[in-house]
Design a binder for this molecule. Structure first.
Ligand code: ZN
Length: 301
């Protein structure tokens, strides 16, 4: 194994694309970040191949991994739908590997982050684990018996588990989804509905928890909603560890601690999981995509 072999890890988002040249110790040697290029509102797939090719100059790149939001069939490398990229049925793996000549794997961004957390992060070594980032949206990566559940792209949409039947209308069209109570935008929206006062974001609500009963009520509703959704997940999948990540959870123990207490208090016969904060933070997508790149190259790391 030549020591100079590298992979390229790409994290595709609606506003920017991050790409990194990564070594076998999963260290980023070089990082590029560009605004997502659009043609007629649709994100340009060609930009991903260009970034891979640019990072490959002067290096031996043996594989690449690409993390994408939306409904992603990991096995086929097919993006069925990615609303914030304007993609429908994009054969991403085939298009990017044709443009680069590099073996490539494509995976849903949350399952990519989960791969990273379950391999080298807070859920390291757990065969049965659940990773749930709480951010602008909420989704889960669920691993059972060492296998990540994909279901042709449809698994893991825990943000749209109904926790409040008859509650607020969700962006997906249903009512009372977890995201209507616990995704990042819900904190500011619900605080404003109760008080008439605008607040910037979930961290703003967290900052008022010691003194403001309305902030406490909004927070408690979110904690209970998260515990309700996780109770179903624990009952169905039996994880030994639950890793909470994303902007809201990474704000601190204000979320993770109360969710842990609430969830564990409701369990009867179920497996009692550890509930921990994500270890990799913003790096989870890059680390997971790098792990995919090494998988694509058939190299153990
Ligand atoms: Zn929904």
């Amino acid at each position: 194994m030549a020591a100079d072999q590298h992979v390229v890890a790409v994290d595709v988002g609606g506003t920017s694309i991050k790409a990194a040249l990564v070594d076998r110790d999963l260290r980023a040697v070089e990082v590029l970040r560009e605004p997502t290029r659009r043609i007629g509102g649709v994100a340009d797939v060609g930009q991903i191949g260009e970034l891979v090719n640019r990072l490959s100059e002067g290096h031996t790149v043996v594989g690449a991994g690409v993390a994408v939001p939306g409904i992603v069939d990991d096995d086929l490398g097919l993006v069925r739908a990615a609303v914030n990229l304007g993609w429908v049925d994009v054969a991403l793996r085939d298009q990017v590997s044709a443009a680069t000549g590099v073996p490539l794997l494509v995976r849903h961004d949350v399952r990519t982050g989960g791969l990273a957390e379950f391999t080298v992060g807070a859920g390291k070594g757990a065969a049965d684990a659940l990773f749930m980032p709480v951010g602008t949206g909420i989704a889960a990566a669920v691993q059972v018996d060492g296998r990540m559940l994909g279901a042709a792209g449809y698994a893991g949409e825990i943000g749209h588990v109904v926790v409040d039947p008859g509650g607020a209308v969700c962006g997906c069209g249903m009512r009372g989804c977890l995201e209507t109570l616990a995704a990042a935008p819900a904190f500011a929206r619900r605080y404003k509905e109760r008080t008439g006062h605008a607040i910037t974001d979930a961290a703003g609500v967290a900052g008022l928890l010691d003194t403001d009963p309305d902030a406490q009520a909004v927070w408690t509703d979110a904690v209970n909603a998260l515990a309700t959704a996780l109770l179903s997940a624990v009952t169905l999948f039996g994880p030994s560890v639950i890793v909470l990540g994303g902007g809201v959870a990474e704000a601190g123990e204000a979320l993770v601690g109360p969710v842990r207490i609430e969830l564990l208090s409701r369990l009867k016969f179920q497996r009692r999981p550890e509930v921990v904060r994500a270890a990799l933070g913003q790096d989870a997508g890059r680390v997971g995509a790098a792990l995919l790149g090494w998988q694509a190259a058939n190299v153990e790391v």
